[in-house]
Write a protein that binds this ligand. Structure first.
Ligand code: PLP
Length: 484
């Protein structure tokens, strides 16, 4: 078994491995090329009885595990939304793992609780959020949204559902047709019934239509439903559409409905004053979530959740068994009462390292670079006769498709673009994903990786054009040889 000296030796070796990996990460096939079952087939069916050496374990890590890794930290990763790390964030994660502190309450690591409070205050003011907001770090936006819906449920019933169950409450939750699936999940878990999630129509920019929301709320009230919560999105998953917060918050205020803002991806842009138009109306928002683990260079997982009135959150989740009673209760934040899990990782440390190491201006610079590269790509697509932009761009996500001149059949275009995507991803040189907009198959390119430079975007655009051309000229052939 490993002793402390071995730990030191392998620790140094692994830090070198980590630095080499990040230096060369662009040379790996960005999307893992393995087939289903290929990794499992190389793993023994039962655990070893006898200890194995770290040398053997690391050999297998390189041989078996690495081929099955998709390289999210590759600057050629343009899929989904990024889940970025950065050097300071990784170093903080190493310390977090080493301390191994379980930060459920203030007493179990006062520095974790107080750092969390301070760092979230920093971010609140850097992002222009209301001073009365109080923050807590959650694992994911999915958990934060679930907290919001549960808190809304408890506020609406004076904490009666927590005591005696749902009874005959007929609640409704509203979100746009473009909302993330985590809202559906939260409504299911909260016991509200998925049928009571009302999907509201969107405008030509895929943003929620306020008048459609007002109408649905009115109709529901007339039918005897209780409108509970509206979820507005700043940066939808499909196209990064921004729901009109000012109008939505006025409607929520009129009807006494909880307004939760899902800015999981787009929230990071609030570090830029030029994006503060998005939060007009934030004064009456009840809760707000954004993910530094997406676009703010902080290792997954780290999701920041702000609430206007922490008492709703605490009263929804509070538990106080004898073994958790402390003499400091009431003077400090015991974050176990601010979310679902009792146990909590020390997540604030990596956020602190990232913010201090980049500085707010450094973060702003990186984000603005990404926005500039996305604008460049968008202009290339707009001026190309065989490609078209498919959604207005709010941030650094470009939605487009291949549309060769003279080919206008919707199904053929869908097949062509699905084929383009799979051929591109098979090359291992780039990784993009897709969405469907009004039935059209659309490629999404998220330009937000930590280590990304403009050349990576230029090379990706070259690869897209070449692969598409090859596909158009030889539709029956596989375009895998077409490496940029
Ligand atoms: N909300 C939006 C708009 C998202 O795009 C995503 C993920 O991409 C989520 C929520 C879920 O985030 P998480 O994985 O942190 O739960």
């Amino acid at each position: 078994m490993m002793n402390r000296e071995d730990f030191r030796t392998y620790g140094h070796e692994l830090v070198d491995w980590m630095a080499d990996y990040l230096e060369n990460v662009a040379s790996y096939p960005v999307k893992s090329q393995v087939k289903p079952g290929e990794i499992a087939a190389q793993l023994p069916s039962s655990a070893p009885q006898a200890p194995e050496s770290m040398t053997e374990i690391l050999e297998d890590f390189n041989k078996i595990i690495m081929p099955g890794i998709t390289h999210w930290q590759s600057p050629n990763f343009f899929a989904y939304f990024n889940a970025n790390n950065s050097y300071p964030s990784i170093l903080a994660e190493m310390l977090t793992a080493t301390l191994g502190a379980q930060c459920m309450i203030w007493d179990t690591s006062p520095a974790a609780a107080e750092l969390e409070e301070r760092v979230l205050d920093w971010l609140k003011s850097a992002m222009g959020l209301p001073t009365e907001f109080e923050g807590v770090i959650q694992d994911t936006a999915s958990s934060a949204t679930l907290c919001a819906i549960l808190s809304a449920r408890e506020r609406a019933t004076n904490f009666q559902v927590n005591r005696s169950g749902m009874n005959d409450n007929r609640f409704r939750v509203y979100a746009s047709t473009q909302t993330h699936s985590s809202i559906d999940k939260a409504v299911k878990i909260a016991g509200l019934g998925q049928e009571n999630l009302v999907k509201v129509g969107v405008d030509e920019h895929f943003a929620m239509r306020p008048e459609a929301l007002a109408k649905k709320i009115q109709e529901d009230k007339e039918k005897g439903f209780k409108p509970l919560c509206v979820v507005a999105t700043l940066g939808t998953t499909g196209t990064t559409a921004v729901d009109p917060l000012a109008e939505l918050s006025a409607i929520c205020r009129d009807h006494g409905v909880w307004l939760h803002v899902d800015a999981a991806f787009g929230g990071t842009a609030l570090l830029l004053p030029e994006y503060h138009w998005m939060i007009k109306g934030i004064e009456t928002v009840d809760s707000f979530v954004f993910n530094p683990h997406k676009w703010m260079f902080t290792n997954f997982d780290c999701s920041v959740y702000y609430v206007r009135d922490a008492q709703h959150l605490i009263r929804t989740f509070e538990i106080l068994p004898e073994y958790l009673k402390t003499s400091t209760r009431g003077q400090v934040n015991d974050y176990r009462d601010w979310g679902i899990a009792l146990g909590r990782r020390f997540r604030a440390l990596k956020l602190w390292f990232v913010i201090r190491s980049y500085g707010i201006t450094g973060l702003q610079q990186r984000i603005r670079n990404h926005l500039d590269y996305a604008a460049w790509l968008e202009s290339q697509i707009e001026t190309h006769s065989d490609f078209e932009v498919m959604a207005s761009r709010a941030f650094n996500l470009v939605c487009f498709r291949f549309h060769p001149q003279g080919e206008d059949h919707p199904e053929t275009l869908n097949e062509l673009n699905a084929s383009l995507l799979s051929h591109l991803n098979e090359t291992g040189r780039v990784y993009l994903t897709h969405t469907k907009l009004h039935g059209a198959y659309v490629l999404r390119m998220a330009i937000g990786q930590t280590y990304l430079e403009k050349t990576h975007v230029e090379q990706a655009w070259e690869a897209i054009q070449k692969t598409a051309k090859n596909l158009d000229q030889h539709p029956e052939e596989k375009a895998t040889g077409d490496r940029p």
